[in-house]
Design a protein around this ligand. Structure first.
Ligand code: BDP
Length: 628
């Protein structure tokens, strides 16, 4: 045995309470996995049915009078069917399927993990409650070792509730319509998709297992440092071997402690896209637990990017180099699937992001699927990671505050080790009619996220909408959504530059913090052309964004750190008289084809990359849009 492997006896039971691990499930020599994705039995019901006996624990197909359909997992359920009942459903829906647990799984622990259910969910396995969770877009899991039957058929039933109230994250309320129908009203414009929209897996761990790991990184010249904290659950004495592997799988550092710092010579830093010829360099932190005889007990591999983030009143820096964010606000949204994870779609999206020369986006307005975040880590895309607090209204109410903090905790636990996450966003456009409530609520929220993570800056987009409450002193970066030329001064392109620069300077003046535009744009129907330009045309979108480019360039040297257009692609909204088939502010259509604006933005983003990152632009980007 390597003499550096020492036995570490830890107060393991204590650790199990100290940390709520939600590691991404990865198969290893000690961990197996079964996907529960596929077609599930599916039924809808009224909210009151939840409390009616336990009909839902029976085989759905044997419940008298219950209409049972099939539903794809992962997907939002709304657009799969053909009727209003399912698209506009309010309340509970029910999912059920069978699965077999191998006999060989009896020796360790068995977990069920949902990557996201919108919004609240309760799952029963063989009639016993296994887990309950209430915030969408975030993973949750439970130890189901004692609930499953080994070497035999099991049944899982999941109740999914899409009702939002004034204390949920995000908020909403139920309105009785004139027709007598109930409608879920929400505080955002994207379609209120619901269901089991990300993967569901069963996986195993040994009884003493790696429950969590927290990694922070640093560097000094060519030396890299990876500090890690491994959290175990169990009660046995174990031996640890923690090593760092480079991209080729060579071991470049090793330690035997569960909490230590690895030193890496000739470090390959994680750089954002286009700031380095090999952006997104990832090492692997390989954590192994061995029993007293040196046998492998548990193994988990965590990708690690070595980089630093720093910020001051003027700049945001990655690896001590100021960055200028050029990107998008986005949505998880596509035809039929809704917010359901779709691997071809997310690859196409990231290919378009590379093609257009962007280096960043915001996960407006909720944390995106872990598979999407993996792509960002690998490609070097910088992420402003937003929790699902979009359009909060009831600021200052204790329950809402607790749920808001909980959503940040869960997002942090899931994404804390991702190099792509360079900033946390505690929400988008909160209401601020009551400044006291705003300040009290957000003061606590900022303190909470800063406590969780002192290594990343924090923002709230359009904080208080008026920008002059004192709570702003706790924000590190000011992100503002600005719709001059669209919602304000509609059609008035001549005032865009002046309005934009005035607002940017006003915010700089109030806060003396780095400022960026997190949304701007105009709804645009692809193929609609009118000369001279007119709202909704491709001409208007191009002229409007060209004006914004001029304004951005006037501000760029004065603490202005980024531009994110709204939106990456068209997306579905609720029915309304000012949305024709959805929100059309996309640079790409909903099926991910470019509007004229995508070509224009591509010239802009590559020109910025050429000037700021010193890269060569692709041959087919032949015209540079920068300055004026
Ligand atoms: C902004 C919101 C965004 C909307 C956008 C719009 O942050 O979610 O989609 O307005 O109206 O205020 O297009």
């Amino acid at each position: 045995m390597n003499p550096r492997w020492v036995t570490t006896c830890l107060p393991l039971l204590f650790l199990s309470f100290a940390n709520a691990g939600i590691l991404y499930p990865r198969v290893s020599e000690t961990r197996e996995q079964i996907s529960l994705d596929g077609l599930w039995n599916f039924a809808t019901s009224s909210p009151t049915q939840k409390h009616d006996s336990t009909w839902y624990l029976r085989n759905f197909r044997a419940v008298d009078g219950l209409e049972v359909d099939l539903m794809a997992v992962p997907s939002s359920y709304n657009d799969i069917g053909t009727g209003f009942e399912i698209r506009d459903h309010v309340g509970l829906v029910w999912y059920q399927r069978d699965f077999v647990v191998p006999k060989s799984w009896q020796s360790g622990k068995v977990w069920i993990r949902f990557s996201s259910v919108c919004y609240s969910a309760t799952a029963w396995i063989n009639g016993e409650e296994a887990v309950s969770h209430s915030i969408g877009h975030l993973p949750f899991q439970a130890d189901v070792t004692s609930l499953v039957v080994y070497g035999a058929r099991n049944t899982i039933t999941v109740a999914v509730d899409n009702i939002l109230t004034n204390s949920t994250i995000p908020e909403g309320y139920i309105e009785e319509l004139n027709s007598g129908r109930q409608k879920q009203q929400v505080t955002f414009d994207f379609f209120n998709y619901a269901g089991i929209d990300r993967p569901v897996v069963l996986y195993t761990t040994p009884s003493t297992y790696i429950n969590d790991v927290t990694v922070t990184t640093d560097f000094d010249g060519t030396n890299g440092f990876v500090s890690y904290d491994v959290f175990l659950v169990g009660s046995d004495a174990v031996t640890a071997r923690v090593s760092l592997l480079d991209k080729e799988g060579n071991e470049v550092a090793v330690d035997t402690l569960l909490n230590s710092t690895l030193f890496v010579q000739n470090v390959n830093l994680w750089w954002p896209y286009l700031m380095d010829p090999s952006p997104g360099y990832l090492y692997t932190l390989q954590i192994q637990l061995l029993d007293s005889s040196g046998e492998l007990w548990d193994k988990y591999s965590q990708p690690v990017g070595i980089r630093t983030i720093s910020w001051n009143e003027n700049t945001l820096q990655i690896n001590n180099k100021p960055v200028y964010l050029r990107g998008f606000g986005r949505h998880e949204d596509s035809a039929i699937r809704g917010k359901g994870l779709d691997l071809p779609l997310i690859l196409r999206d990231h290919n378009l992001i590379k093609w257009i020369g962007a280096n960043a986006y915001r996960t407006s307005h909720y944390p995106y699927a872990e598979e999407i975040m993996d792509l960002a880590d690998q490609l070097g895309i910088m992420i402003i990671n937003e929790c699902p607090a979009v359009g909060l209204i009831h600021l200052g109410t204790p329950e809402l505050l607790e749920n808001h903090k909980q959503s940040l905790t869960e997002m942090y636990n899931r994404d804390k080790n991702r190099p792509s996450v360079i900033m946390w966003s505690a929400g988008n456009e909160p209401a601020s009619s009551d400044p006291q409530a705003t300040d009290d609520h957000f003061r606590e929220v900022f303190a909470h996220i800063h406590d969780l993570d002192p290594t990343r800056p924090v923002t709230v987009i359009n904080f208080n909408g008026r920008h002059d409450n004192q709570g702003g002193e706790y924000i590190d970066v000011i992100g503002f959504n600005f719709y001059t030329g669209w919602y304000q001064d509609t059609g008035e392109l001549d005032v865009v530059v002046t309005n934009l620069v005035a607002e940017g300077q006003r915010l700089r003046g109030i806060y003396n913090k780095p400022v960026m535009v997190t949304e701007y744009g105009s709804d645009t129907q692809e193929g609609l052309h009118i000369l001279p330009s007119f709202v909704w045309t491709e001409e208007y979108q191009n002229e409007l964004i060209s004006k914004f480019f001029q304004g951005f360039d006037q501000m760029r040297d004065d603490g202005f750190i980024g531009e994110m257009i709204w939106c990456f692609a068209d997306f579905k909204t609720d029915q309304s008289v000012n949305r024709v088939g959805g929100n059309k502010k996309g640079i790409f259509t909903r099926d991910r084809e470019p509007k004229a604006s995508a070509h224009l933005l591509r010239k802009r983003y590559w020109a910025l990359a050429e000037v700021l990152d010193n890269v060569e632009v692709p041959d087919d980007v032949n015209e540079y849009i920068i300055g004026n």
